[in-house]
Design a protein around this ligand. Structure first.
Ligand code: DGY
Length: 357
């Protein structure tokens, strides 16, 4: 079996993969270019991709691939519809990055609410001359309202952490979430959440229904004191509308781990002081990254050896896909809203509208 891996991966399983199969690894620390990817998968049976590798119709048609194992929970980088038509299995790595991503979400929440990054810059800059009652006065999380858009696994874990901080929790999702409800969380429509939350955090996958889910109209519904956190996918927010909302103080600030045109971060965003920006590191703990690599390898090898990979996201032959595999930040694609109902846990599985077009 011939395998291509688009980047060096951590963990012992990866070393074993290289010993047991004929594996070519992209030697660069950057994603392969389209031409490099095309040349690399031309004669391969399987590939391990990252979210940066766009598996388009052109790449798929130029290959002999049987399995594409995405080393990410999200798989909006892959043309799923075309893979299904071609009988190519696509898998992802859900669950293993849930805690890491929920923790990073909280890091951003605390950073924006308490101006941690600005305060660090101020202190390093030698500006700390005296304690002051008005210096970096932030928002107290206790008794504030957290609005979770997309109450899948990551959204749920963020809610659990929010409860420990004494926050009130609202969430929007097509399905009720018993774990969040048990914490006293309330399921509301999207517009109600937008109007009531002090902090809004996005945990939805990128699909045709969630593309630019949050735009100018949605920012207009938010409180001027509201902070928006996005660790899901950049394209679920209209980034220009976000910049306008931040500049005109329609909202107080944002904490971003993802961008509309990643890895490009717009100069407009960089110029703003009320944004904390990270380079898409939601799952970047050693534990999560090793587990992601191991799971991608397991999915790949199972598929190549004729079995049904544990995290198959498209229906191939008579294999059924498993519920809960489809999302970035949520196993639901659901956003429950009176105005914008997008997908649902059940309709989302095997939803072929998620791929690259
Ligand atoms: C994913 O797995 O989809 C994450 O965005 C990677 O950090």
């Amino acid at each position: 079996m011939k395998i291509y891996v688009t980047r060096e991966l951590p963990g012992a399983e990866f070393e074993r993969l290289k010993e047991e199969y004929s594996v070519v690894v992209n030697p660069s620390s950057l994603p392969p270019t389209e031409d490099e990817l095309l040349a690399a998968v031309r004669d391969k049976d399987g590939v391990i991709t990252l979210l940066t590798d766009r598996m388009t119709k052109k790449i798929i048609d130029g290959s002999t691939l049987k399995v594409i194992a995405n080393c990410a929970a999200g798989y909006d980088n892959i043309d799923i519809t075309h893979c299904t038509e071609r009988g190519i299995m696509v898998t992802n790595t859900p669950d293993v990055l849930t805690n890491a991503t929920a923790e990073l979400t909280f890091a951003l929440i605390l950073s924006v609410a308490r101006m941690i990054v600005q305060a660090d810059r101020y202190t390093r800059g030698g500006n700390f001359n005296a304690w002051s009652p008005t210096l970096f006065v932030g928002m107290e999380l206790h008794d504030s309202v957290l609005g979770i858009i997309g109450a899948g696994k990551i959204g749920t874990e963020v809610g659990i952490r929010a409860k420990a901080f004494g926050m009130h929790i609202l969430y929007t999702d097509l399905l009720a979430n018993p774990r969040l409800n048990a914490l006293g969380a309330r399921r509301v429509g999207l517009n109600e959440l937008l109007g009531l939350a002090d902090i809004i955090t996005l945990h939805i996958p990128l699909t045709s229904s969630t593309h630019r889910l949050i735009g100018a109209a949605e920012f207009n519904l938010m409180k001027p004191t509201c902070f928006v956190i996005n660790v899901a996918r950049g394209k679920v927010i209209d980034e220009h509308a976000l910049v306008v909302a931040l500049k005109t103080t329609k909202i107080a600030g944002a904490g971003l781990d993802v961008y509309e045109n990643e890895p490009i971060v717009s100069d407009e965003l960089k110029e703003l002081d009320n944004v904390v920006m990270l380079p898409h590191i939601g799952s970047a703990t050693l534990t999560a990254r090793i587990r992601m690599a191991n799971l991608a390898i397991k999915n790949l090898c199972t598929g190549l050896e004729g079995g049904k990979p544990p995290n198959l996201v498209n229906p191939i032959g008579n294999t059924a896909v498993s519920i809960g595999n489809n999302a970035v930040g949520s196993e639901n694609t659901a956003v429950g809203s009176e105005s914008t109902a997008v997908g649902s846990e059940s309709t989302a599985v095997g939803d072929e509208s998620k791929g690259v077009r």
